[in-house]
Design a protein around this ligand. Structure first.
Ligand code: GCU
Length: 842
């Protein structure tokens, strides 16, 4: 009891700080609270006496919520004495025992709940205890949004599995638990090879997740460390499970297939060996002794260097069933990832990584135990900005499946770019695979409705860290919120979900609502426009950080994220007739659509077809001109985010306002880096100029390499397209400042001055911009302190950064001068200065 109260109060104490820690559960005072406070009952009855019960938590949460939102002090009791004029929260069964069967409540599915605010008594009744907590959060969410309309309804989940997967590493002693693809700081669960002592953040995370009805968290990386199975660590994860339990969130863990060898000292990890089976049975018994309600295991096998059953000539189903049987007696589930693929030979025209999942899994349908769920990434490759749905969903008719989404924006700007993901997710969830010629929406397949499977649902890769904002970015939290909402009900509208999140996170101002809605709803399209179009994939650097542009990195290697771009043509031929045969993995109607160039939608054209750059799309544009135009459009949209956000100054607390502004400014600059890199790359490769003559022509730029340099030297940049005109300058020494100067030849006037430079993580160089004798600005190359993306050690598309100084008065003939002071490995690298008349961004 003391622990529950402590962590709960700890989270509430941050409410006024607006640092993001409470996410969408701020319980901020309603502007017209006094009008409503009187109509809310003054007593809460939480129909359960156990302090670790989610119902108990629901009572506390309701009490705190009503206090915060309405300023109303409400008493909390755990006795069922009074029904009149109270808020009653509990299970339907507990209610029935106390007061008799509640009237009007339909039969609820597992974890469904009933909310009735129509009478004097408010009923929040769950099919089980965690469902009652879901109901309490739902009630508080409507009050927090100022909605008091009496209502009575039941709601049930689309699917039983609504998990998140953290890719957190235990790491060795000495390192703070890193998060694979984590951009919000180190792990909240692990530190220096151990489970952390302080469970405050674990509790707070469970609270956020329970409010969006996520019911389990796999706490460690799919690239799992076998030492998680040590007695000390089992005790540690037991403490995490204890912190989750009052919120009805279960714990799951990822396993390393080779553990019997690497941890257990056995000579093999063969899934059919008796000693291996006993190893896993024993380990599982030990874990369940400490965590009797553990959700289950997640296994990545035979993928990206991870060991697996294929090494022992066993099938993937043999491997999955090994773990499934170990958890079965304890009621656990085995999530088995379909992300299985091998390195491929680029010279083989028919080789295709996209084929791998179906190739590996289709013959195994029916061979998995009934507590196995095959967890399938939404697209056949890897969380790209646009992919067709994984065809594997249509092959698993006798197997439970879950879709794997990624809240972590690994390929989508790493939470430094605003990208609201539900519109992307909807292209998958709403897709009709037409299995056997019948309606087969992905959301109905994972809900078990289409193939009548016992389990199913979704898992999202989430990368929260110790940063107060959880994800490193306030706005990225809309994705986590929306994930839970869509896992519960995938038919919900992306914009409606977003607007609930905005009201809960930023309050009621109409302009705030409109601006964040506009930016968010445009953001995925914008990102797709300035990264990779027409289904070519994100075009980020796939060999290094997955962050900035590097289209060449896709091809000529074994990873299979190929574009097959050459001087004349681009795109993967995935047809059955002439290509890799991938289109034939879909059910007939869908296969026919994708097989045919004319019926393939433009947005996926280069995913399925290899065409000439001047091939005309359904839109009427050529492929190459579409690339050029889309990149200009996408970057132009990103420019609008900054003034839009600035129009909210004073309407949002300054801490969050400034933090978001910083990232949006960064994004607006980086979108131009993307635009120019991709456009120049393909202009160079194809030799086809931009009809609008923008690509390669930048009349307002002064290239650093053309300036008068002192203490600076010219260096070529790799990849070439990530620097304007391919070169940059760096200081000649790592101790002495350099200057780059030039006479301004533009007419006198007011300009926005942009400086493009490279911000490496090996130092914090200092820059000064002077015009004439005026110091216009001074800044540091310190993105490493402010942005959470992956390391950026070179001059390239990841480190390329732009800063803009608006409204600068300039006289023709004045000198523009940059002074760069090197620091560490950062030799104050500089690319160009743009002197931009009003309305021009270049
Ligand atoms: C991607 C990601 C890896 C991750 C893998 C997975 O390839 O870059 O970091 O391990 O997916 O999903 O297993």
């Amino acid at each position: 009891m003391r622990r529950v109260l402590f962590t709960f109060l700890a989270s509430l104490s941050f409410a006024s700080g607006e640092n993001g820690l409470n996410g969408w559960l701020r319980y901020a005072p309603l502007p017209d609270a006094s009008q409503h406070a009187g109509s809310i009952p003054a007593t809460i009855v939480a129909l359960n006496s156990s302090t670790i019960s989610p119902v108990y938590t629901a009572g506390l949460e309701l009490q705190a919520g009503l206090k915060g939102i309405l300023g109303k002090t409400v008493s909390l009791s755990h006795q069922s004495s009074t029904e009149a004029s109270s808020i009653i929260v509990g299970t339907v069964d507990a209610y029935t025992k106390a007061y008799g069967r509640p009237r009007g409540v339909p039969k609820l599915d597992e974890e469904g709940f009933w909310l009735n605010t129509k009478g004097n008594t408010i009923q929040i009744l769950g099919q089980n205890e965690r469902a009652a907590l879901y109901g309490a959060f739902e009630y508080l969410s409507s009050i927090a949004q100022g909605s008091f309309k009496p209502t009575a309804y039941a709601t049930n989940p689309n699917a039983p599995i609504r998990w998140v997967n953290q890719w957190d590493n235990l790491d060795d002693s000495g390192t703070h638990g890193s998060v694979e693809r984590g951009y919000g700081g180190p792990s909240i669960f692990f530190d220096k090879g151990h489970v952390v002592q302080n469970m405050t953040r674990a509790s707070q995370y469970a609270r956020l997740l329970a409010s969006i009805r996520v019911n389990a968290v796999v706490v460690n990386n799919v690239n799992a460390n076998a030492t998680l199975l040590s007695a000390e660590n089992i005790e540690g994860i037991g403490r995490i499970a204890d912190a989750f339990r009052p919120y009805g969130v279960q714990l799951g863990i990822s396993l390393n297939f080779a553990s019997p060898e690497t941890f257990g000292g056995l000579p093999t990890a063969d899934p059919l060996e008796t000693s291996v089976i006993s190893f896993w049975t024993n380990v599982t018994t030990q874990i369940y002794r400490r965590i009797p309600d553990m959700a289950g295991y997640l296994v990545k096998a035979n993928s990206e260097g991870q060991p697996g059953p294929l090494q022992y000539n066993r099938t993937l189903a043999d491997g999955a069933n090994l773990f499934a049987r170990a958890v079965k007696p304890h009621g656990g589930i085995l999530m088995f990832r379909a992300f299985v693929y091998d390195q491929l030979n680029y010279t083989d025209w028919k080789a295709d990584r996209a084929n791998a999942a179906v190739d590996f899994f289709k013959d195994l349908d029916g061979k998995f135990d009934d507590n196995v769920v095959v967890q399938i990434k939404y697209g056949p490759i890897d969380f790209q900005v646009r992919e067709p749905v994984s065809p594997l969903f249509s092959h698993m008719k006798k197997t439970s499946t879950a879709v794997e989404l990624q809240v972590a924006q690994e390929y989508l700007g790493q939470q430094n770019h605003l990208v609201y993901l539900p519109p992307l997710w909807k292209t998958i969830l709403d897709f009709d695979l037409r299995v056997d010629g019948k309606k087969s929406l992905v959301r109905d397949i994972i809900s078990s409705e289409r193939f009548n499977r016992p389990l199913g649902g979704s898992a999202a890769v989430v990368n929260v860290g110790t940063n107060n904002t959880w994800l490193g970015s306030h706005l990225a939290m809309s994705n986590l919120y929306a994930y839970g909402r869509l896992a519960w009900d995938p038919t919900e509208d992306s914009q409606d979900i977003l607007q609930d999140w905005i009201r809960l996170t930023f309050g009621f101002d109409k302009r705030v609502l409109n601006v964040i809605t506009k930016m968010s709803m445009e953001s995925w399209q914008a990102y797709e426009n300035y990264s990779g179009n027409l289904g070519i994939q994100t075009l980020t650097d796939i060999l290094y950080t997955h962050f900035g542009p590097n289209p060449a990195s896709q091809d000529n290697n074994g990873w299979g994220q190929w574009t097959r771009a050459d001087r004349n043509t681009i795109g993967m031929d995935r047809t059955v007739s002439n290509g890799t045969g991938f289109s034939g993995q879909y059910p007939a109607e869908v296969a026919a659509r994708y097989e045919n160039l004319e019926t393939t939608p433009d947005e996926l054209l280069l995913w399925f077809h290899h065409v000439k750059y001047d091939y005309r799309l359904q839109s009427g544009k050529t492929v190459i001109q579409h690339f050029y135009d889309a990149h200009y459009e996408g970057a132009a949209t990103a420019q609008t985010f900054v003034p839009l956000w600035e129009s909210l100054k004073g309407k949002i607390d300054s801490e969050r306002y400034e933090a978001v502004l910083f990232r949006l400014k960064y994004q607006s600059g980086h979108s131009i880096v993307w635009r120019d890199a991709i456009n120049n790359f393909y202009a160079n490769l194809s030799g086809i100029p931009d009809e609008a003559k923008r690509v390669g022509n930048y009349p307002w730029r002064i290239e650093a390499e053309n300036m008068t340099l002192s203490g600076y030297q010219v260096v070529p940049v790799t990849p070439f397209e990530t620097a304007s005109k391919y070169n940059a300058v760096i200081t000649t020494s790592n101790t002495t400042a350099g200057t780059a100067s030039s006479t301004i030849k533009f007419p006198s006037g007011i300009y926005n001055v942009a400086v493009n430079y490279f911000d490496l993580n090996g130092g914090r160089a200092q820059y000064e911009l002077h015009i004439g004798d005026k110091l216009i600005g001074k800044w540091f190359g310190n993105n490493e302190d402010n942005l959470g993306h992956e390391p950026f050690a070179y001059l390239d598309g990841h480190s390329a950064t732009r800063i803009t100084f608006p409204g600068i008065k300039i006289q023709k003939g004045e000198t523009v001068k940059i002074v760069g002071v090197p620091n560490g490995a950062e030799l104050a690298p500089l690319d160009y200065v743009s002197i931009l008349p009003h309305g021009i961004v270049d």
